[in-house]
Write a protein that binds this ligand. Structure first.
Ligand SMILES: *Cc1c(COP(=O)(O)O)cnc(C)c1O
Length: 382
């Protein structure tokens, strides 16, 4: 059957809306500068990466081989022990966080989870799904975990295993929790049964290039790390990566004979196209390309901050961050540039954002300056 004219029109309309919306996004962490046309042919096949990417699988229409390479790439970037890492490509950072917390709970069923006020909502939902008791820790003004509050709270619960959820790049201010500080606190309190999951959805992809370095990876003390594939790298389909230690995953692996593989992933059928995109992206960029992307973003973010400051707007960034934070803007600027606002606004200088775009945005900000709320402004002096 053929589609009706109305249905044909609908496809064009939706496509045009997407194209128009794609022009100006400054508030959300999605890279748009990708070209995966080399992989178009793969859309003709029902690729399914069901099962553990590191085990023999009976399903042959898969991209497990590329998935393993992508996991290997990030394991190395996150300084995992080359003989002791494991992971898989998920549907996104949220599933990666769910996996980290699930693994932690299986290892320590009686544990308490600690996470900061600035933690992503997916973490709270996951903790609820897994039914683990939890305590919210205060965040500092810049969005980073309040280590003193963590230490005091842990002190009261020393008899319980501790699962600490750190964030490397919080959603609003891109604050980065220092994993080595968390590790030191656990050591001081002699809490031996502990697990640290690092949610690095946005910033994990460039964390290795941040200077001065902010501790977040396996050598710094993380037991698992999650990132989103569609954020800094960029992909037409949302995806994520979770990396952990092979030894930990082995302790919870359960065999299931039906698919002839170990059932170690959260979902059953898994998207086999995302590993292709991520593989293609990391091969094209390499480590140097990834570092270059970060340095470009950082330069644009510093430019944006300086231009806003010139207008007398108190814009600031966390150290090494590509997210510029400033007081809430009017709805018209917010809608035009698709900005996320809380009681503050931010511009995330993803690799596709150029200085030229920032100039256009600054022009709008110049017009809007008077309507900015001065109340919030005074809270942020950096
Ligand atoms: C985006 C984000 C997530 C969720 O990732 P998805 O890929 O959207 O599921 C989790 N944590 C942080 C800090 C994020 O920025």
């Amino acid at each position: 059957m053929k589609l009706t004219t109305i249905e044909e029109q609908k496809i064009d309309d939706v496509l045009n809306n997407i194209k128009a919306g794609n022009e100006r996004i400054l508030g959300y962490p999605v890279s748009k500068d990708f070209d995966y046309s080399r992989l178009n042919e793969f859309l003709k096949y029902p690729i399914n990466n069901v099962g553990d990417p590191f085990e023999e699988n009976t399903c042959k229409i898969s991209t497990h081989e590329m998935e393993r390479e992508v996991i290997g790439f990030f394991a190395k970037l996150f300084r995992a022990d080359p003989k002791n890492y494991w992971g898989y490509i998920t549907n996104g950072g949220s599933e990666s966080n769910l996996y980290g917390l699930y693994l932690a709970r299986e290892l320590y069923p009686k544990a308490m989870v600690y996470f900061s006020e600035s933690t992503h909502y997916s973490v709270k939902k996951n903790i609820h799904l897994l039914n683990i008791p939890s305590i919210t820790i205060r965040a500092q003004e810049n969005g980073e975990l309040d280590y003193d509050d963590l230490e005091n709270t842990l002190q009261f619960n020393r008899h319980k295993p501790a699962i600490i959820l750190t964030t490397f790049g919080t959603t609003m201010t891109e604050a980065k929790d220092d994993v080595s500080k968390v590790k030191k606190i656990l050591k001081r309190l002699a809490i031996q049964d502990h697990y640290i999951h690092c949610d690095a959805a946005l910033a994990g992809s460039y964390g290795a290039f941040v200077e001065p370095r902010i501790p977040f990876d396996f050598q710094d003390g993380a037991d698992s790390i999650s990132i989103s594939g569609h954020k800094f790298i960029g992909s037409p389909i949302p995806s994520g990566v979770v990396i952990t230690k092979r030894s930990l995953r082995d302790r919870i692996a359960r065999s299931i004979s039906y698919i002839g593989s170990l059932d170690t992933t959260i979902t059953g059928s898994r998207n086999g196209h995302s590993p292709l995109f991520l593989w293609y992206a990391i091969k094209k960029m390499g480590i140097e390309g990834l570092a270059k992307r970060y340095h470009h973003s950082l330069a644009v973010a510093n430019y944006c901050k300086a231009e806003l400051n010139k207008l007398g707007i108190e814009a600031w960034t966390n150290e090494g961050a590509i997210t510029v934070v400033f007081p809430k803007v009017s709805d018209s600027v917010k809608d035009k540039w698709q900005l996320a606002t809380d009681d503050i606004t931010h511009v995330i200088c993803m690799p596709n954002v150029t200085k030229k775009q920032i100039d256009e945005f600054i022009k709008d900000m110049m017009k809007e300056k008077k309507s900015m709320t001065s109340k919030v402004q005074s809270n942020y002096v950096f």
